[in-house]
Design a protein around this ligand. Structure first.
Ligand code: SF4
Ligand code: SF4
Length: 377
């Protein structure tokens, strides 16, 4: 494992951070995975109030001395703030749940416009100052899926120690992008990257053209390997979070990060990644990361599931199995795109700024399938 300084703080962090949003379903497996990561040099674990069960499971994983070996990082329940005292009330709940007396880094979570308003209205900056003074928080940060302009405004608004942004080979100019990365790093912030594989979708939905390029390359590296290298090659990227959901994935990531040094990519390798990007962009798939912020839809539409099916179906060139699963599963259970009434509630919450209702229409048209008339040969 490679280690770097965490911005201008005295912390030293592993370049790989364990994202705890997508734990395996079996709790024992999740606990074993966290401990495996720590035993192999990972010293940064990232969770959040709103990641279902994540803090509670992480707390159990961090018993028996594991807590002391890591930088424990979690995020505010920004959506639930209705008055200033709510910030500390939720934080105290998190301290209790995680069985610790302080967080090494505490982030104001997901500062899209409504959450940013809550930070301003209920003095989120003052809250962070108070928590640092009380010793409940060591370092201050925020996470954001938003525009570059909004990111710059946030960076300039408070004396943060770190920021967390989405970045991967396809998002150089999407959301905050590379320009935001440089801006945050120049302001002295530790820059943490999330969604390095867009919630695993870059791998799951790898177009055949990308697979061919990778297979033909003289260095036999996986797509995940190329994606991570592109990120850790950048000196402005402090740490990359990856939310592995199996021990095998974690082991593969740890192997990749053995050489996670900035400046490692040759010009030819940069060009190759440019070719991978171009091959991806030839596909017209929906850039949903599966984060679930749009849920629940009042009509019961299972938005990320439909988009995942749509993307997979595109990549598998319209294979009927996806259509059957959609029409015979989601639609039959009342969670299909046909239930959408275009109210727009989900679109205001989508960090990817997807035009969800029109994409749902498109997905429904592509995946719609006559289940009743279907007979398996
Ligand atoms: S626009 Fe459609 S999918 Fe989105 S919240 Fe409204 S009904 Fe649900
Ligand atoms: S549609 Fe947007 S908010 Fe919903 S899961 Fe996908 S990326 Fe997240």
């Amino acid at each position: 494992m490679q280690y770097v300084k965490f911005g201008q703080t005295p912390l030293t962090v592993s370049r790989f951070g364990l994202g705890c949003m997508r734990f395996p379903e079996a709790e024992d497996e999740a606990i074993a995975m966290v401990r495996y990561a720590i035993d192999h040099g990972v010293n940064y674990c990232d969770t959040a109030y709103v990641y279902e069960n994540s803090e509670a499971i992480l707390a159990r994983a961090l018993r028996n001395g594991y807590r002391e070996r890591i930088n424990l990082v979690t995020k505010s329940n920004t959506w639930g703030i209705e008055k200033h005292s709510d910030w500390e009330r939720f934080l105290d709940e998190q301290l209790l749940r995680l069985g610790t007396d302080h967080f090494d880094v505490y982030l104001l979570h997901n500062l899209y416009d409504q959450n940013w308003r809550r930070v301003l209205d209920y003095d989120g900056f003052g809250f962070l100052d108070e928590m640092v003074a009380k010793g409940k928080v060591r370092y201050r940060g925020f996470s954001m899926h938003n525009t570059l302009t909004a990111f710059k405004t946030a960076v300039d608004a408070c004396s943060w120690d770190m920021a967390q942004i989405q970045l991967n080979i396809l998002d150089e100019q999407v959301q905050i992008g590379t320009e935001g990365l440089l801006y945050g790093a120049a302001a002295g912030l530790a820059m943490v990257v999330m969604e390095p594989l867009r919630g695993g979708n870059l791998i799951k939905n790898m177009p055949p053209a990308v697979g061919k390029l990778i297979a033909a390359h003289p260095e036999q590296r996986s797509l995940a390997d190329w994606c991570f290298r592109w990120l850790f090659d950048k000196p402005e990227v402090t740490l990359i979070l990856s939310g592995t959901s199996t021990l095998g994935q974690l082991q593969e990531n740890l192997r990749i990060f053995e050489n996670a040094q900035a400046g490692i990519l040759s010009e030819a390798e940069q060009d190759f990644i440019g070719q991978l990007r171009a091959a991806f962009e030839e596909q017209d798939s929906i850039g949903c990361t599966g984060c679930g912020y749009c849920l629940p839809c009042p009509q019961g539409v299972d938005i990320p599931h439909i988009f995942r099916m749509y993307n997979n179906n595109k990549l598998s060139q319209g294979h009927f199995v996806d259509k059957l699963a959609y029409s015979g599963g989601l639609v039959a259970e009342g969670h299909g795109a046909d239930r959408c009434i275009s109210c727009g509630a989900c679109e205001a919450l989508c960090p990817q700024q997807l035009p969800i209702s029109s994409l749902l229409e498109e997905a429904h048209e592509a995946l719609g399938f006559d289940v009743v008339g279907f007979r398996r040969k």
